[in-house]
Ligand binder design. Structure first.
Ligand SMILES: Nc1ncnc2c1ncn2[C@@H]1O[C@H](COP(=O)(O)OP(=O)(O)O)[C@@H](O)[C@H]1O
Ligand SMILES: [Mg+2]
Length: 437
């Protein structure tokens, strides 16, 4: 049975509009698109029992859901779709949203085993998990799996057919092949490096990078604090600080410049906040334009010149992340409380910890006030992440927008805003023990 097309529109619009629950905080918005009604019932039964999930079952293909009029992909956390008869159409649908910077995570659900080449194609197009569901027992527990993966092995019916942790494709050889960071990755120099990672685009990593660097610079001598935008495809720091994109960075990603001390002489731009900034290139370069060896050279130059270096990284895990981390004093993973972000935070932490066991990894929860009393949702998030949640940055959309319009850090133009206070406090916590700043 297929429900008429206008119903898809209504269902999708309802899913988009689902409001956060007052008691349990933001809920994970899930759309389940199925062609097999039984599968839809099966999944929705489970979701209905989970107060943290706002789920909507839609009868239709992934394409139909993406095309639905009320669709706002930014407002949906997860789209689980039944792989249809026409697999090529599903792949084409995934292809359409492949390059989106923000938006939902996709989970493929199938009632039949999928061939390896289809699975690989889906993983390549960014599908996060794949589940094969056998429709027999009415008390199947797939909904719980959507929420709690990767632990879906103990349930009877759904059968994970792909490891839901970061796919192998996301894991460069440099991260998997070695047990310890090689000595060749260690840069010379004394500088203290803070690396910014994020659970999703828009989590606030660049905002934190800019403001943390400004907070450090405020208490330091001019010319001793660096901020480096290595998110070369989505560089946002230039905009946030009203600086131009870097033509020197462009030369670097084109292979026309070695990122050494002489490069820094030309490339670093002093911002009014006292931070020396390297913005992203003004051309679109593949992430592979940077090699791990380049990164050792750049880290050496930075650590030799600066006391404190803050680095904003791309969201994708790249092979030159390893030399950056090998030279870091700490990593901050910026997340929000949505389930996809929490899960990705956990995967990132696991991935980093595997290679850099002693590297301090701190989770920063953005868009959340530091709780006076921990809610169930927060406890659950901490549990999923596997460590306590200590650092929180509240939301202040007006202050954030004004900061971008003015091209100055929040801690300068909106000192008293929640985010500015939280980031200054974070800076003090991070650097208290080292006596720096
Ligand atoms: N605590 C906050 N309150 C309000 N807006 C914020 C906050 N943190 C970040 N933002 C806004 O969210 C958007 C995404 O932030 P950004 O730092 O660019 O994310 P990322 O670098 O992780 O992709 C920006 O418009 C930024 O101003
Ligand atoms: Mg960014």
């Amino acid at each position: 049975m297929t429900i008429a097309h206008h119903d898809i529109e209504k269902q999708v619009a309802a899913a988009v509009a689902a409001q956060p629950d007052r008691d349990s905080g933001p809920r994970t918005k899930v759309i389940i698109a199925v062609q097999t009604p039984e599968l839809g019932r099966n999944l929705s039964e489970e979701m209905g029992q989970d107060p943290n999930v706002a789920g909507t079952v839609v009868h239709g293909t992934l394409n139909a859901v993406l095309d639905a009029k009320g669709m706002e992909l930014d407002r949906i956390d997860i789209i689980a779709f039944e792989v249809g008869e026409d697999v090529a159409a599903d792949l084409a649908a995934l292809k359409r949203v492949e390059d989106m910077l923000t938006g939902p995570q996709f989970i493929a659900v199938s009632t039949r085993p999928l061939a390896a080449d289809i699975r690989n194609a889906m993983l390549d197009l960014g599908v996060q998990d794949m589940l094969v569901v056998t429709l027999k027992a009415p008390e199947s527990r797939v909904g719980a799996d959507l929420r709690k993966a990767p632990e879906h092995t103990e349930t009877a019916n759904p059968e994970p057919i792909a490891d839901p942790s970061l796919g192998e494709d996301d894991m460069p050889a440099a991260l998997t092949a070695q047990d310890t960071p090689g000595a060749e990755m260690l840069a010379k120099g004394h500088g203290d490096v803070t690396v910014m990672l994020r659970a999703r685009g828009g989590a606030g990593a660049s905002t934190l990078a800019v403001n943390l660097a400004a907070a450090i610079a405020r208490d330091a001598k001019p010319g001793t604090t660096a901020l480096v935008d290595l998110d070369i495809q989505n560089g946002a720091i230039a905009l946030m600080l009203d600086l131009p994109d870097s033509d020197q960075a462009t030369r670097f990603v084109r292979g026309d410049a070695v990122p050494d001390a002489a490069f820094l002489d030309k490339a670093m731009v002093r911002h009014a906040s006292g931070v020396d900034v390297l913005t992203a290139p003004d051309v679109f370069a593949p992430l592979s334009a940077i090699s791990p060896q380049d990164m050792v050279t750049l880290m050496t130059a930075l650590k030799t010149r600066y006391d404190n270096i803050v680095i904003d990284m791309p969201q994708t895990v790249v092979d030159w992340m390893d030399p950056v981390l090998a030279n870091a004093a700490r990593v901050l993973v910026v997340s929000d409380m949505s389930l996809p972000s929490v899960r990705r935070t956990r995967r990132l932490i696991d991935l980093i910890a595997e290679e850099h066991m002693t590297l301090p990894i701190k989770v920063v929860m953005n868009f959340e006030k530091k709780p006076l009393v921990t809610t169930e949702a927060q406890k659950e998030a901490a549990q999923l992440i596997g460590r306590p949640l200590i650092h929180w940055i509240p939301t202040d959309a007006r202050a954030a927008k004004r900061a971008i319009d003015l091209g100055t850090p929040l801690i300068g133009n909106a000192k008293r805003s929640g985010p500015a206070r939280a980031i200054v406090a974070l800076k003090k916590t991070l650097f208290a023990s080292t006596g720096k700043g």
